[in-house]
Design a protein around this ligand. Sequence first.
Ligand code: ACO
Ligand code: OAA
Length: 381
Amino acid sequence: MTTMTAAPKGLEGIIAANSGICWIDGDAGVLSYRGIDIHELAPKSTFEEVTYLLWFGKLPSKSELADFAKSLAEARSLPPAVIEFLKTVPKDATPMEVLRTAVSLLSMYPEGNDPDEKSVMHDANVIKAFRLTAQIAMIVAAFDRIRKGKPVVEADKSLSHAANFLWMLNGEKPTETAIRTFDVALILHADHELNASTFAARVIAATLADMHSAITGAIGALKGPLHGGANEATMRLLYAIDKAGADPVQYVKDMLARKEKISGFGHRVYKTEDPRATHLRKMSEELSKSTGSKWYGMSREIELFIKNEKKLNANVDFYSASTYTMLGIDIDLFTPIFAISRISGWAAHVIEQHDDNRLIRPRADYIGPEYPATYIPIDQR
Ligand SMILES: CC(=O)SCCNC(=O)CCNC(=O)[C@H](O)C(C)(C)COP(=O)(O)OP(=O)(O)OC[C@H]1O[C@@H](n2cnc3c(N)ncnc32)[C@H](O)[C@@H]1OP(=O)(O)O
Ligand SMILES: O=C([O-])CC(=O)C(=O)O
């Protein structure tokens, strides 16, 4: 029996694809989309511009950006069957479960300009990318309204992607601070190379399954607390500390003593500060100054302690938790919001995979019973 070289657990350090979308230097704490540093993009760009960059591989001209933003806004429509579905889900359904199922449902309701919903051709994929990017944000906002017994707010096609989401969520015009904070959060979460959900999307796409299948799978992968679900888990931790009236440092110290992980810390690739956390920390701090909220201060105390004690850095999920809370967003919408942004990266990766496809099918290092094992008939066992 031949055995193979053992794979590193969790495929750590394995190069599993060629990609021209996102480059990360985990030791230096560098993240770039199509070579452009996230520290350039976060303060200067918009979600629309970054999505254009991810999908088309270059920065748009003024007119290209205007056309792109218009097409994205025009894609703001949901099939009535999806709205019906949002109205009939079980009372305790979570927004992330609802989003996953609604995206799957969307594949059965193609709209006007897509000739073939199952096509994996480049142009069909780009049309689907526009639609899914517009629709994922709408689904999250519409479901939140429905579960709160409020009417669904019509999309406003004159607003940016970030502003329209806040508008559809709250039914009131968002402040400039809220729009910009949310837009920057969307920029920061847009892509991250072969993270678990993107890898899942590429594996699905590589079977020549359609984009909706790949994105449905990606949402399932994002949901877990080791990945996108960590932003929600971080806020639950902050609430638990607050509810207990505990000292934040002592609380996490006790967790570490019980060998529990602290959500929002650590990263498979970054060995230094996650560059996205730098921006989210700053936004959380600024919001805490204007709102007088305690969440930034509590987060900072925990961060300094964990850094000192465990040499672990805050990741993208740590300060997004307090930032979203200070924007008045419900905790179980945090991971769906991650998906609202990450759809741009997922779509870019599905397009890249389909454009130059080969089935992704690795091997396992077999560690089971020695071959040939004996088959014992059932009446002799
Ligand atoms: C968008 C994103 O997906 S960002 C990541 C979001 N996830 C989280 O924030 C969850 C908390 N963090 C973690 O679980 C991990 O750091 C991960 C999943 C992000 C990375 O995992 P891996 O690279 O597999 O590292 P692994 O889990 O093996 O940890 C290595 C060591 O650091 C410790 N460690 C890592 N993260 C943490 C943490 N958040 N709290 C406490 N200890 C930690 C582990 O216990 C382990 O210690 P040991 O060697 O003594 O057993
Ligand atoms: O890259 C990863 O493993 C996780 C991550 O930070 C992301 O998906 O944004």
